[in-house]
Design a protein around this ligand. Structure first.
Ligand SMILES: [Zn+2]
Length: 374
């Protein structure tokens, strides 16, 4: 039996792996940070061998609530990620499996590699609707890709969508695939109508370094990018600085920051209720967008989510609050589950890439419904 994680977004430490029925592992923390929860590794030499895995340090992870009711993602072919039940005793996360093939991959959620990201950007750049550009470089020297979709910003609403500030929340980039797929389907009359009204600025991956390094939450410097929006710097958070600069140049009317939540088994939106000076129009639109989206998608709901900030208790270090405050825009954080949507569970696959893509399409349909009110 062999266990490895020396690949894009790999993360695991082997504690003991001499007995397949008693494998002990640990998740590595993000570079220069205490956060950890993302894992991704391959086990090989295990065809028809009963195996039991324990992640011994699960209880110390960033969101230990995330392990209750969690089912691990597994794949033979790295395309199809099915779920396996786990047990969590407050310290270790454990599961058993008898692999049908020589090797099997495990991950916290279906991984989204930087190679796939490069493929996505290259593929969409062929469309006449798309302009791609590189905003600058990350601390590890990777590109910060911006994808613009539309007929130009003049006279149109500026729609921003960003994903994976927290790199382990790979569902956010699966969502981006769905969003781009929807926007480039020019036979869809909703898209034609939407592109008359809106010009799109899309950052499919806000944290390429954390993604490649197999981080949960931070970049190479250990910065949680969603706490850098008030005062980003080229030394600590160039990813945010570069995107913020571009936003200040273009303006923002609508903004969606796409994330994943470890604990809650629902899709939900977090708003900007805490910012001082939120306008009635902004707050009304926040409510209206969520109502429209809940009507369009059974995978979205408004009952479960984060507690709303009380007015005057904003955190301008967070993207949504900073954007809502700076531009008076409708700015929202979309959270998708690592687990599943408890209102519409999928016993085989849980929340998964396809459902992320579908939710993205519903989010854009909802935008179409409210675009005139922005
Ligand atoms: Zn997040």
């Amino acid at each position: 039996m062999r266990i490895s994680s020396q690949f894009d977004s790999g993360n695991i430490e082997i504690i003991r792996a001499d007995d397949p029925m008693d494998v002990h592992l640990a998740i590595k923390h993000d570079n220069l940070s205490d956060f950890y929860q993302w894992f991704h590794f391959r086990v090989s030499g295990v065809a028809d061998t009963p195996c039991r895995f324990h992640i011994d340090n699960a209880g110390g992870a960033a969101y230990a609530d995330g392990w209750e009711g969690y089912r691990v993602c597994a794949s033979y072919d790295r395309e199809n990620w099915f779920r396996i039940d786990t047990a969590y005793d407050g310290k270790a996360l454990s599961w058993e499996v008898e692999p049908e093939q020589d090797s099997l991959y495990f991950a916290y959620f279906a991984p989204y590699s930087m190679d796939r990201h490069a493929d996505l950007v290259a593929e969409v750049s062929g469309s006449p609707l798309v302009t791609t550009s590189v905003l600058g470089g990350t601390l590890d020297g990777q590109d910060m890709d911006l994808v613009e979709v539309g007929f130009g910003p003049e006279g149109r609403k500026k729609v921003w969508m960003i994903a994976r500030q927290h790199p382990g929340e790979t569902m956010a980039e699966w969502w981006m695939e769905g969003a781009l797929d929807f926007l480039l389907d020019t036979d869809n009359p909703v898209v034609a109508a939407l592109l008359k009204k809106c010009h799109f600025y899309i950052v499919p991956n806000m944290n390429p370094d954390g993604s490649r390094r197999g981080h949960l939450r931070t970049n190479t410097a250990g910065a949680n990018l969603n706490r850098e929006w008030n005062e980003p710097s080229m030394e600590r958070s160039p990813e945010v600085l570069l995107v913020r600069q571009k936003m200040l140049e273009t303006g923002v009317d609508f903004h969606l920051d796409v994330h994943g939540d470890e604990a809650l088994p629902y899709n939900f939106i977090a708003g900007f209720e805490g910012i001082a000076g939120a306008t009635d129009k902004q707050l009304k639109l926040l409510d209206r967008y969520q109502t429209v989206l809940a009507n369009l998608s059974p995978d979205f709901q408004t009952e479960h989510g984060y507690e709303k900030d009380t007015p005057g208790n904003s955190d301008l270090k967070k993207c949504t609050d900073w954007v809502a405050h700076t531009f008076g825009a409708l700015a929202m954080t979309l959270e998708m589950p690592f687990k599943d949507n408890a209102n519409l569970p999928d016993p085989d696959y849980g929340w998964n890439p396809d459902r992320c893509r579908h939710l993205a399409k519903s989010c854009l349909l909802a935008l179409h419904r409210i675009a005139d009110e922005l």
